[in-house]
Design a protein around this ligand. Structure first.
Ligand code: COA
Length: 268
């Protein structure tokens, strides 16, 4: 029974994240458009495997992360969060493997972002080396609105990138950042028309794939303190796990499921 269920989850995950290798480029496409590409545990598993494959396979020289449908991703699946909050989460949480895969990635990662990039949808971009966005992109990190805390080392990387003042209002107030502003603030590199987004990301990926991989790897190592990033992720994960089980977070997840605003006034 368990094996059957695992198989079922794995099949869904395979459909919900498309993995494509074409020449030196490995592309991970988020493909759960009816749920705005919200990321399930199984989807994190496929993403983590993809990053591992890129790490291990010397023929792969660049990774592209993109999405199908009108959103990049609505972030972590909130019903998965609700299960963890209720004490019935999965035995293995692949998100940790995915985040550590991003921290450790020594080949370049290019992202193509249109529509909503919520929560981890934005924080994963802090680990991508080239981010292409459309004007309609909306980067949102509503961690405090969900009674949670920043993850994916964003407590460190977001303020390093855009300064504390902007980072705090993104995280604590959930203020969205549009594509144009994302480029102005340095959260993204290229502002692209929607019809050119994929082509631009692939063109950048191919340019990077032609560079000497040894120099690229060494450059990433020099420019990113991956040990500090991994350490920060672990520190955040501890607090995040506590927050997931808090009554405040349970209220936030219940409110989302019931399509109403949360009531945090009851907590002191
Ligand atoms: N987890 C699970 N399901 C999600 C989801 C998420 N993070 N985000 C969206 N969905 C689902 C909705 O429940 C809905 O499913 P349904 O059609 O079965 O009811 C479907 O995706 C479409 O979303 P909907 O809310 O109808 O679209 P919208 O355009 O009105 O709003 C969002 C889109 C992303 C603004 C809204 O869905 C939202 O706030 N999602 C939660 C985002 C979030 O907090 N993520 C976690 C960050 S840590």
């Amino acid at each position: 029974m368990t094996e059957h269920m695992n198989l079922h989850a794995a099949q869904h995950a395979t459909q919900h994240v498309l993995v494509n290798i074409e020449g030196p480029i490995l592309t991970l496409s988020l493909n759960r458009p009816d749920k705005k590409n919200a990321l399930t545990n199984a989807m994190y598993g496929v993403l983590a495997d993809g990053l591992q494959r890129a790490h291990d396979d010397s023929s792969i020289r660049c990774v592209v992360i993109e999405s199908v449908g009108d959103s990049f991703t609505a972030g972590n699946d909130l019903s998965d969060f609700a299960s963890i909050s209720a004490g019935s989460g999965p035995a293995v949480r692949h998100v940790t493997r995915f985040l550590h895969g991003l921290a450790a990635a020594d080949k370049p990662i290019v992202a193509a972002v249109h529509g909503l990039a919520v929560g981890v949808g934005t924080t994963m971009l802090l680990h991508c080396d080239v981010v292409c966005v459309t004007e309609q992109a909306r980067l949102i990190t509503p961690f405090v609105n969900l009674a949670l805390v920043p993850e994916a080392a964003s407590s460190l990387l977001l303020q390093a990138r855009i300064g504390y003042a902007r980072a705090f209002t993104m995280i604590a107030l959930g203020e969205p950042v549009d594509g144009k502003t994302a480029v102005e603030w340095g959260l993204a590199r290229y502002l692209v028309a929607p019809e050119s987004l994929r082509a631009k990301a692939l063109a950048v990926a191919h340019s990077l794939a032609e560079k000497p991989i040894g120099a690229l790897r060494a450059t990433k190592r020099l420019m990113r303190d991956s040990a500090l990033i991994a350490q920060t992720m672990d520190r955040e994960s501890e607090v995040f796990a506590e927050r997931l089980k808090s009554p405040e977070a349970a209220e936030a997840f219940r409110a989302f499921a019931e399509k109403r605003a949360p009531n945090f006034a009851q907590f002191s």
